[in-house]
Design a protein around this ligand. Structure first.
Ligand SMILES: Cc1cc2nc3c(=O)[nH]c(=O)nc-3n(C[C@H](O)[C@H](O)[C@H](O)COP(=O)(O)OP(=O)(O)OC[C@H]3O[C@@H](n4cnc5c(N)ncnc54)[C@H](O)[C@@H]3O)c2cc1C
Length: 364
């Protein structure tokens, strides 16, 4: 019997496995795809994540970003970023490298097998896969993304409408290390061009916007690139929309399966890794004190819920008044704000206090 079974080898599952193997636990990862697997994602990330993982960005071939350009129609505002604060990643490489590090630390990997059922008996769990295999574990971590089967098993009930993001990944040699964010394209969302090593990820994310109209809007960002044979890939985003049940006595949800993506930025990797860290601490504490894992829900929300809620509130104002907010951006150093938020050097509550002092509300 394994100490912990992790379902899903994305950033939340692989980092959970990495953290737990470092603590000497016997961990099994079950991933439905063969690795490395592609995941549609702009791959934007920050130094904070590498520090949390205790693995340097070079290990993931991360691409360091030096500038951010905020665009509205023909107008562009450019900001410098503090050096080595923001990076982009190819998700297939990042996720696979994390899984490899976990396996080097002793985790076992079963890939190409989908978890289709979970049974609980006498304090242990049995996970069944589509190939008819059964694996037994004391604890289970659901890291199986937005459509999580584990979340359904524990009755997490994430049944609200989820926003959609679409993207094309275009091969592009030596891109400029600058991310571009496009405002004013859709009512509740934004477009992006994220450079990565020899690739440009060009995408659009929105809620409350017709999915059918999204490719047409995206085509405006693609007009200067040869993208004819490259498919548009779509994936829902697991935005936070209020508290849910995230744990039972021996099961925990992390990352997108817990719906903890930042509703303002769409950034999900940071909270995926953060939730893995909280899962590690909770499991260790519960083993030591022989307590149920149920405390995880409260533990995670005590760290994340306030910020996620504020991000949700801010997004409601920001995306409704994009033209006015773009005009106000001259007053702020958006590069530092972005870098500080993503690196947790500032919080949404601190930012909001600052903004409320500066922004004349008559302008909105
Ligand atoms: C277009 C787009 C752009 C984005 N850009 C960014 C960005 O720039 N920065 C950022 O931080 N976030 C971004 N995100 C969000 C980010 O991609 C997710 O938050 C992140 O992938 C969550 O990681 P995860 O490990 O929880 O889930 P996932 O990455 O979805 O991993 C889940 C894994 O579980 C496996 N799995 C699923 N079901 C089963 C099963 N039944 N059995 C076994 N395995 C299973 C899947 O194959 C997958 O490998 C973006 C999302 C989209 C859609």
């Amino acid at each position: 019997m394994h100490d912990v079974i992790v379902v899903g080898a994305g950033p939340s599952g692989s980092s959970s496995a990495l953290f737990l193997t470092r603590r000497g636990l016997d961990v099994l990862i079950i991933e439905k795809k063969r690795l490395p697997r592609y995941k549609v994602c702009a791959g934007g990330t920050s130094r904070y994540i590498f520090e949390l993982l205790d693995v340097p960005p070079e290990c993931f071939d991360a691409f360091s970003i030096e500038k951010v350009k905020v665009c509205y129609g023909d107008r562009v505002k450019e900001y410098n970023l503090p050096s080595n604060s923001i990076f982009t990643l190819h998700r297939d490489q990042f996720d696979y490298r994390l899984t490899q590090l976990a396996c080097q630390g002793g985790a076992k990997l079963v890939e190409g097998e989908e978890t289709i059922g979970i049974e609980e008996e006498n304090g242990s769990l049995t996970v069944k896969t589509n190939l008819g295999h059964k694996f037994r574990g004391r604890y289970l971590i659901g890291a199986d993304g937005i459509g999580s089967k584990v979340a359904r098993f524990i009755g997490g009930r994430f049944n609200y409408r989820v926003p959609l993001a679409i993207q094309k990944d275009i091969p592009y040699r030596n891109p400029e290390p600058a991310i571009s964010l496009f405002m004013g394209l859709v009512s509740m969302g934004y477009g992006w061009i994220f450079p990565k090593n020899n690739t440009l990820s060009i995408g659009l994310g929105a809620y409350a916007f017709s999915p059918k109209k999204m490719p047409e809007v995206l085509s405006r960002l693609l007009k200067d690139f040869d993208h004819r044979d490259i498919p548009i890939l779509a994936h829902p985003i697991a935005f936070y929309r209020g508290k849910k049940k995230l744990a039972t006595r021996n099961i925990i949800l992390v990352g997108d399966s817990a719906h903890i993506t930042d509703p303002f930025s769409g950034e999900g990797i940071r909270n995926a890794v953060k939730s893995a860290k909280i899962a590690e601490e909770t499991i260790l504490e519960c083993i030591k004190k022989n307590r149920p894992l149920s405390i995880y829900t409260e533990k995670l929300y005590s760290i994340m819920a306030r910020e996620l809620f504020l991000a949700w509130m801010i997004s409601g104002v920001f995306y409704r008044f994009q033209d006015k907010i773009f005009n106000l951006m001259d007053r702020f150093d958006m590069g530092t704000i972005l870098s500080n938020l993503l690196n947790e050097k500032t919080s949404y509550s601190q930012l909001l206090k600052k903004l409320l002092r500066i922004i004349p509300f008559g302008l909105l």
